[in-house]
Design a protein around this ligand. Structure first.
Ligand code: E4P
Length: 225
């Protein structure tokens, strides 16, 4: 079954969707933390990890391979739920970081990927998760739906363990399309998740059935004993 991760660092949003019973994990990045204002980074990561019974992706921010490895090891030491996010830099340095972290048993999520080739390289390097940025990939002229289908098929055929996370979601329709294409994991912003249970026709149908029930109760009450 597809997994759903929450693309947020907000504790109240995580609590909200945990109650729905649909949250399998959390993904964060620098922009998501910026939208939380001046929170204490480590404390917030720990709080998220303690709220979620699943993987919590925390993104590295440094530039060089040694710095990224130190940063990744540090985040991984904070909590067993932490998955270290590493960007797919164009010169391959992120792959080196993922490989080193994976060799020392640290779970990684290779991120900001737009193409099938990037996903395959990340999987080869030992990433636990490979993240495709659905809308940013589309904006760069790629076909993210085909990439999802191709990666999922290759992973199945070749026994590749890296799970595909699809992020950069802008609409409920993006979620439906990516899930139907076979994404292993969808990471979804709260604004989009809140729209997903809604259909105008469902609301109309609920109102129609409510009215019928009131009419039934009235008829039952009026029936001579
Ligand atoms: C998730 O891992 C990504 O960081 C996130 O979905 C990116 O989304 P954006 O394209 O809206 O920044």
């Amino acid at each position: 079954m597809v997994q759903i991760f929450l693309d947020t660092a907000s504790l109240s949003e995580i609590e909200e969707f945990t109650k729905w019973g649909i949250a399998d994990g959390v993904t964060t990045n620098q922009k998501i933390f910026l939208s939380e204002g001046g929170v204490d980074f480590k404390k917030r990561v720990m709080d998220i990890c303690n709220l979620v019974n699943g993987p919590v992706s925390v993104e590295t921010t440094k530039s060089t391979v040694p710095e990224l490895i130190v940063e990744g090891r540090e985040y991984a030491s904070w909590h067993g739920n932490v998955v270290v996010k590493v960007a797919m830099f164009g010169d391959g340095r992120g792959l080196q970081v993922v490989n080193q972290l994976a060799r020392s048993g640290i779970k990684t999520n290779m991120t900001v990927m737009m193409t099938y080739n990037q996903l395959m390289l990340a999987a080869k390097a030992g990433a636990t998760y490979v993240s495709l940025f659905y809308n940013r990939s589309k904006e760069s002229g790629e076909d993210p739906v085909q990439i999802i289908r191709d990666y999922v098929a290759t992973a199945k055929e070749q026994g590749i363990p890296a799970k595909l996370i699809v992020g950069s979601i802008r609409t409920p329709e993006d979620v439906a399309t990516a899930m139907a294409a076979g994404a292993h994991v969808m990471t979804i912003p709260s604004k989009i998740l809140r729209q997903m249970p809604f259909s105008k026709r469902s609301e109309e149908t609920i109102a129609e059935f409510d009215k019928a029930w009131q009419d039934f109760l009235a008829a039952a009450k009026a029936r001579p004993v």
